[in-house]
Write a protein that binds this ligand. Structure first.
Ligand code: ZN
Length: 323
């Protein structure tokens, strides 16, 4: 029942966007008094951060359409053209392969990898490099299945403090391109940081005392969030939702759910809930929905990053039995 209206909504949004684009097409030169920046972002959290930092000096668009799965982005010819024309492409290396390619071939010096400022770590979130090396030998015994240990986890934005660092770095990059905006960019990034630190404090307080500290999710999107707030994350799929788990891996996670007294398994918006539902059913747990905020739709539990993160916090507090 959910599929049909969602598809209809997505098509409507695309149609509306097309009308808007057509309507603005000729007028963009009229109000270019400030000679603002044209910024193309890979997907929603980068778009949102760029909009916040750019304020009214930047025109920001996202390459991932609302409701589309961000990992599997495919670029249309007009997207490639937009990348070529933009003052800056804000992307995340290793997250959207199509964009990694276009960053090199189309954007050149105008490509800006948010991952540098976000301080990305490998998918297992074990901390220091020395520890990690020692643990790699035991990884198979501990987990019994492959987490893609060598792969870098791209999902940094689910830790608000890392997104704030990206905002600060964006302000510096925008200033290089548009020195007249230096004060505005700095002020905007500071306001963004203040909002994100407020959210961070709420999450830290809200998740400080939870009866269950293992987080079982559809794919491994929540490693940075878990690391920040003292939870341990187990992804049913790997770092990308398209990595299908085997029946043996699903059964193993169902065992873990039972063993650790986990009451809630999380499916995700924009990802088929079937895998999470199978594990939950096998283990006698319930399913709740978390939003990895890889895109925003009409069905998102909020209208921007901050609102959806607060909805995630409420979902987690219930699902992990936090007091
Ligand atoms: Zn993801």
């Amino acid at each position: 029942m959910r599929t049909a209206p969602r598809r209809w909504t997505a098509l409507t949004a695309v149609a509306a966007a097309a009308v808007l684009t057509a309507g603005c097409g000729g007028g963009s030169g009229d109000d270019a008094a400030t000679d603002g920046l044209t910024v193309v972002a890979g997907f929603y959290p980068l778009e949102w951060a760029a909009e916040r930092v750019g304020g009214d000096r930047a025109s920001v668009s996202s390459l991932t359409p609302a409701g589309a799965e961000a990992h599997d982005l495919e670029l249309a010819p007009r997207d490639v053209a937009a990348i070529g024309e933009a003052d800056l492409l804000v992307y995340l290396e290793g997250f959207q392969p199509a964009l990694d390619e276009a960053a090199g071939s189309e954007a050149g010096d105008a490509a800006w990898n948010a991952g540098d400022a976000a301080d990305l770590v490998e998918g297992d979130h074990h901390g220091h490099a020395e520890e990690k090396h020692a643990e790699e030998e035991h990884a198979e015994d501990e987990h019994g299945h492959d987490h893609g240990d060598e792969a870098v986890d791209p999902h940094f934005w689910l830790d608000p403090t890392r997104l704030a660092a990206v905002g600060d770095a964006l302000a510096e990059r925008f200033t290089e391109l548009d020195p007249d905006g230096a004060a505005a960019y700095e002020e905007n990034a500071a306001a963004l940081r203040a909002d994100l630190e407020e959210l961070d404090a709420e999450m830290e307080a809200g998740l400080a005392t939870c009866a269950v500290d293992t987080l079982v999710t559809s794919h491994e999107a929540f490693g940075y969030l878990a690391e920040r707030y003292g939870l341990e994350v187990v992804g049913i799929s790997g770092l990308s939702p398209s990595q299908e788990p085997s029946p043996a891996q699903q059964a193993e996670i169902a065992d873990l759910v039972r063993d650790r007294g986990i009451t809630t398994v999380y499916s995700e918006t924009l990802v088929d809930p079937a895998v999470a539902e199978t594990v939950a059913e096998e283990a006698g747990a319930r399913v709740a929905v978390l939003d990895p905020i890889e895109g925003l739709t009409d069905e998102s539990a909020g209208e921007d990053y901050l609102q959806v993160m607060r909805a995630n916090l409420a979902t987690l507090q219930e699902g992990q039995s936090c007091s």
